[in-house]
Ligand binder design. Structure first.
Ligand SMILES: C[S@@+](CC[C@H](N)C(=O)[O-])C[C@H]1O[C@@H](n2cnc3c(N)ncnc32)[C@H](O)[C@@H]1O
Length: 270
């Protein structure tokens, strides 16, 4: 109260939509993770650029020899990461699953499917399919506890390590924000495994933030690439780089759809 004037403050429409915890499009968890974890890695951006590697050791005192061992260094960190992963698909999920007609693919494995948010979007768009979330055992446990309930019909889980364990056979494999975590050689190793297990006529759907061919943007993809530098072994790539990896793994008929949002989709078939 100043000179008998009353000042009232309230959220703007945009703040209500994206910043409040209860909104279905909330980015609350994304912001929380950025401030409590990601930003601590960004403190060492210059070291990351000089050394060309992530900064888990400096930021948190943990070795990143096992990348997701470092990312999931406590149950609290793992849940916080999964909430981050979960939140974006409330905003971009429909766009990426509808970028192509995926209805011919009935058996779908979401490799590194995490909280299951994209699997849920997929089932809403294609009620006739079955989606299995393939992820590390402790992630599957957390997903069952916090994200996917009995009512999510059509979604099941498969515990495994996609580098070490055999992959189950499927019509379609979704790799959403997976290859951006890894080097070209690890990405090719994984895509080759996927190709070998994929049914003939089946395919792989990559969901990533695509860089322009001359690396001039989009700004979000460039910033995400720096996130990858400070936190993972990978980077964001251009369409031609994903196409080269897919071709080397054996896939053909590579199609790209830009969604106009953060994440784009690439479909390749066997
Ligand atoms: C960046 S997150 C992407 C999550 C999800 N696809 C999404 O877009 O929301 C990477 C996912 O890969 C999983 N992952 C990492 N290494 C893995 C491995 N060796 N085997 C299976 N899943 C793995 C992580 O647990 C995590 O869920």
């Amino acid at each position: 109260l100043k000179n008998n004037e009353i000042f009232l403050y309230s959220n703007t429409e945009m703040a209500m939509m994206y910043l409040t915890k209860c909104s279905p499009r909330s980015l609350y968890h994304s912001i929380l993770y950025s401030s409590s974890t990601l930003y601590l890695c960004w403190n060492y951006l210059t070291d990351a650029v000089r050394e060309g590697r992530n900064q888990h050791e400096r930021a948190f005192g943990v070795s990143s020899g096992d990348l997701f061992g470092a990312v999931y260094r406590s149950d609290e960190e793992m849940l916080s990461f999964m909430q981050l992963m979960n939140s974006i698909w409330n905003i971009c999920g429909e766009d990426v699953v509808m970028a192509f007609d995926l209805s011919p693919f009935k058996t779908i494995y979401d490799l590194g499917g995490c909280s299951g948010a994209l699997a849920r979007r997929c089932l809403t768009a294609y009620p006739g399919c079955c989606v299995t979330i393939f992820d590390l055992p402790k992630v599957v446990r957390m997903s069952r506890e916090h994200f996917i309930s009995q009512e999510d019909e059509g979604i099941s889980f498969f515990e495994g390590d996609f580098f070490r364990d055999p992959l189950p056979e499927a019509d379609l494999y979704i790799l959403a924000r997976i290859l951006h975590d890894w080097t070209d050689s690890r990405s090719l190793e994984l895509l080759t495994k996927v190709y070998q297990r994929c049914k003939t006529g089946g395919g792989v759907l990559l969901v990533e933030a695509l860089l322009h061919e001359d690396n001039s943007g989009p700004l979000t993809a460039q910033l995400y690439s720096l996130n990858m530098l400070v936190q993972t072994e990978g980077r964001e790539r251009k369409t031609s780089e994903y196409a080269a990896l897919l071709t080397a793994a054996g896939f053909a008929h590579i199609q790209v759809r830009r969604t106009g949002k953060i994440y784009d989709a690439i479909l390749a078939t066997k």
